[in-house]
Write a protein that binds this ligand. Structure first.
Ligand SMILES: Nc1nc2c(c(=O)[nH]1)N[C@H]1C(S)=C(S)[C@@H](COP(=O)(O)OP(=O)(O)OC[C@H]3O[C@@H](n4cnc5c(=O)[nH]c(N)nc54)[C@H](O)[C@@H]3O)O[C@H]1N2
Ligand SMILES: Nc1nc2c(c(=O)[nH]1)N[C@H]1C(S)=C(S)[C@@H](COP(=O)(O)OP(=O)(O)OC[C@H]3O[C@@H](n4cnc5c(=O)[nH]c(N)nc54)[C@H](O)[C@@H]3O)O[C@H]1N2
Ligand SMILES: [Mo]
Length: 761
């Protein structure tokens, strides 16, 4: 596939990767981006309210805030600042813009260009057979959408996609609307993100959420950071790791790349960080082969079992295992049989390296494992996380202070959206509660997840697609297949803040429904509103926008969804949409009656710090089918990489937010001026007969034999682990086969795409 014109293609310069993250340059870079986007005065105003009590929750990521009273005056990071200012930009996309740029023109623009045009300002419609978006009133836009929905043969011909940016209130209203309408087709970005974590944790522990708090991290003895690039994607996690280290913790980084943030951290919030050498983050760096993490944890588990044989009663936590778990004997028998040769081949590590980590574990009373996309977006994502749970359970590292499982979430409210019922397969208990509260029968058949929604569209089974935040067309794998599927819809509609590819690859009719961003004041008939969100550590708290809305014509997400629901369900299901829109407190009253742990939400959530949702594991309860935590036996196959091929991971640069690149630079990795680069280990380059600076096409290899090609990449020699390569998402989305999904979770394997590099000059 030809890439849309990308202004960033010229002038690649490569410098050595950085050995530390954050510090003064980070602050300066954020400010530079801020100043390009907004006025300095506004920047200062926005940022000082970020992540403060009664301030705006940073939409940058889901990392938790320190307890009230322990927050920095600047409780945000470089990338949070960029993200905020990207939303607070002074640039506007107007009617004139759409007059000047037909859809066919927009379709040829890069993701970066589309985003840089500024904030969307008014509802727009693209009519069938027209190449232009033209203005439409809210009244007509919502009627058009409602009429299309009402005209469907079955509610299952509609799909309602959400991205984790959406507040609890909007998410709750959306799922209520979809279910009252009659479908569970509620795919979300989580299907492509931490779905593997959800499945593995649910199955083994009976709850899909992480078990640790920030305080636990601060007081752990040993922290694993696996398949994560916190210096870029969760910079405030580095502050937590720094604090843990100052308290004596050791950190083990497991990654296919030596990421700057894993090596050394200069804390921009502290004088020491501004002038000094910073704190070394990783005590050990395991340069693992792609997809080797399951084998690593299995190896560690075997070492722990053998240590117990040598020192019976001193290594494993028999009390925990006996009282709380099931399946230990079967697991133990399996783990003892794994072959070290296989472990060493799969991980690319030496036995000594693994034994050294084993010794660290034995010395540590409190162990935490953090992980993100380098684990979940692999074929064996689910079994890998199950094996991490085995590892934690062996020494009772669950349900006590300083220990536990820490899936590090991406979008700022992705966890909250699930708590609110945005999931295509919510359990019956939730649906029963909806039924009791609202008196309609929610559909029980599971709906479509993201991958299955694309399949269904491709088969012509979906007529209406509504995207609530996000950029589905670019977030989803297999661009050619996904784009073709999207174009089969009669109507596609997106509730968005900024222009993106999903507006340009659309159904016969398409709607752009512009909305308030989280930084903006939200005033409804009942007065000024706040919303609530839930972070990666299950803390639910308020977020209040302060800025003047980007346009007078913007409606809030809640208002759009309530008005749409009213029009669509009129005469079918009678629900208090008007009341919800007037005062979001009315929505929270209902949430409080439906979601366990959120009782009395309206009163409790406004207390500084909000509410921490209880995690049963921390109360010694494991709500699995058998009422105990499960040890599991996890088999794996080595990924088959034929000679001359590499396993490509598609990842984020330092200057992008998911599908939205901000600049063509990736400072910590030393890449400047181009995103069309492929990072390959120098020894692999030599074997492939390639060298740095050459131009190549990335050619995907998959069993369906379809040609998947990403053109015009420059080779960069980089210390990726042997046999793997790295390139940026979403440019490489075209290479990820729709059917290449993680076992069980159906999550695209965006970190393991088989490719060959084809020289073009
Ligand atoms: N600034 C910024 N912040 C963000 C985002 C953003 O785009 N920009 N996105 C947000 C979202 S939605 C998410 S989900 C998170 C994503 O946060 P991350 O998971 O940190 O994101 P990725 O860039 O996908 O990086 C994956 C990491 O896993 C490593 N890796 C790849 N394969 C393997 C493997 O097989 N084993 C191991 N051990 N490591 C591997 C890669 O080298 C890389 O360091 O960040 C959130 N925060
Ligand atoms: N190849 C590959 N694919 C991946 C990944 C990968 O690592 N590799 N990562 C996956 C992951 S982890 C995720 S989470 C998904 C991300 O998938 P999405 O969440 O769908 O994508 P985003 O890029 O976050 O969406 C950006 C758009 O959201 C809209 N937006 C921003 N803020 C708001 C708001 O406040 N309200 C509303 N209504 N709209 C808003 C803007 O219009 C913007 O253009 O992508 C997945 N896809
Ligand atoms: Mo994500």
């Amino acid at each position: 596939m030809k890439s849309p014109s990308d202004e960033s293609k010229d002038g690649l310069t490569v410098t050595p990767p950085k050995k530390w993250a954050a510090g003064v340059p980070a602050v300066v870079h954020a400010l530079e981006y801020s100043l390009q986007q907004t006025s300095p005065r506004k920047t200062a105003v926005d940022l000082l309210t970020m992540n403060q009590v009664d301030g705006t929750d940073c939409p940058g990521c889901a990392w938790a805030d320190p307890a009230p009273g322990h927050r920095n005056r600047n409780e945000y990071c470089e990338n949070g600042a960029k993200h905020i200012n990207d939303e607070a930009t002074g640039k506007r996309v107007t009617e004139d813009f759409f007059r000047a740029h037909p859809v066919s023109d927009l379709a040829g623009r890069s993701d970066m260009w589309l985003n840089q045009q500024g904030r969307l300002t008014r509802p727009m419609v693209k009519r069938p057979d027209s190449d232009h978006y033209e203005p439409i009133s809210w009244h007509d836009a919502l009627n058009l959408l409602a009429e299309e929905l009402r005209a469907l043969d079955t509610p299952d011909e509609a799909v309602f996609y959400t991205s984790g940016r959406v507040s609890n209130e909007a998410a709750f209203v959306l799922q209520l609307f979809a279910r009252a309408f009659g479908t569970n087709n509620l795919p979300d970005c989580s299907n492509m993100c931490h779905e593997s974590s959800g499945y593995a944790l649910h199955e083994t522990l009976g709850t899909g959420k992480g078990t640790v708090s920030l305080n636990d991290l601060h007081h752990a003895d040993l922290i694993f950071v696996v398949g994560q690039n916190p210096g870029t994607n969760h910079p405030r996690q580095l502050s937590a790791l720094e604090e843990a280290k100052l308290n004596g913790a050791r950190v083990i980084a497991v990654n296919t790349l030596p990421e700057a943030g894993l090596l050394r951290f200069k804390n921009p919030q502290k004088a020491r960080g501004l002038v000094g050498q910073g704190v070394e983050i990783a005590d050990r760096f395991l340069h693992i082969r792609a997809g080797g993490d399951l084998a690593l944890f299995q190896g560690l588990n075997r070492l722990l079992l053998e240590a117990e044989d040598e020192r019976p009663g001193q290594v494993l936590d028999h009390d925990f295992i006996g009282a709380n778990t099931s399946g230990f004997e079967e697991f133990s028998e399996h783990a003892r049989q794994i072959s070290w040769d296989d472990v060493i081949t799969a991980t690319g590590l030496t036995l000594e390296e693994i034994e050294a980590v084993g010794a660290d574990v034995l010395r540590s009373e409190r162990v935490i494992v953090c992980w993100a996309m380098g684990v979940t977006q692999h074929k064996h994502g689910v079994p890998t996380i199950r094996e991490i749970v085995n590892f934690l359970m062996l020494r009772g590292n669950l349900g006590r202070a300083g220990a536990g499982a820490c899936p590090v979430r991406g979008h700022s409210n992705v966890q909250g959206d699930r708590t609110m019922g945005v999931w295509e397969q919510m359990p019956d208990a939730f649906l029963d509660a909806l039924q009791r509260e609202f008196g309609f029968d929610p559909p029980r058949a599971h709906g479509l997840d993201s991958v299955n929604a694309i399949r269904a569209m491709g088969e012509g089974r979906i007529k209406v697609f509504l995207g609530v935040a996000g950029n589905f067309v670019r977030a989803a794998p297999d661009s050619t297949v996904t784009e073709e599927a999207m174009r089969t819809c009669r109507l596609t509609a997106h509730i968005s803040t900024k222009l993106n590819r999903s507006h340009t690859v659309c159904g016969r009719t398409a709607l752009i429904l512009p909305t308030l961003g989280r930084t903006e004041r939200d005033v409804q008939a009942g007065g000024e509103q706040f919303v609530t969100v839930e972070n990666s550590m299950s803390e639910v708290h308020t977020s209040r926008g302060r800025l003047k809305p980007a346009s007078k014509l913007l409606l809030s997400e809640v208002a759009i969804l309530c008005r749409l629901a009213r029009r669509t369900l009129d005469g079918r299901v009678d629900l208090p949409w008007q009341e919800f829109e007037t005062d979001y407190g009315a929505i929270r009253d209902r949430i409080a009656r439906i979601v366990p742990g959120l009782h009395d939400l309206n009163r409790r959530v406004t207390r500084p710090g909000g509410i921490r949702l209880p995690n049963p594991v921390n109360e010694g309860v494991f709500p699995t089918a058998v009422g105990k935590a499960l040890f599991t036996r996890n088999a794996w196959e080595m990924p088959e990489v034929p000679e001359g091929h590499l396993l490509l991971q598609t990842l984020r640069s330092h200057d992008q937010w998911n599908t939205v690149p901000y600049t063509a630079n990736d400072r910590y990795r030393g890449i400047h001026g181009s995103r069309r680069v492929v990072l390959v280990n120098p020894e692999d380059l030599a074997e492939l007969g390639l060298s740095a600076g050459q131009q190549v096409d990335l050619v995907g290899v998959w069993r369906d034999a379809a040609e998947r090609r990403a053109e015009g990449f420059e080779v960069v020699a980089y210390p990726t682990s042997r046999g793997s390569a790295a390139a940026y998402y979403p440019e490489t989305q075209v290479l990820v086969p729709l059917d290449s999904v993680a076992d069980i979770s159906n999550q695209p394997t965006s970190k393991a795409v088989l490719v060959r590099l084809e020289r073009t000059v």
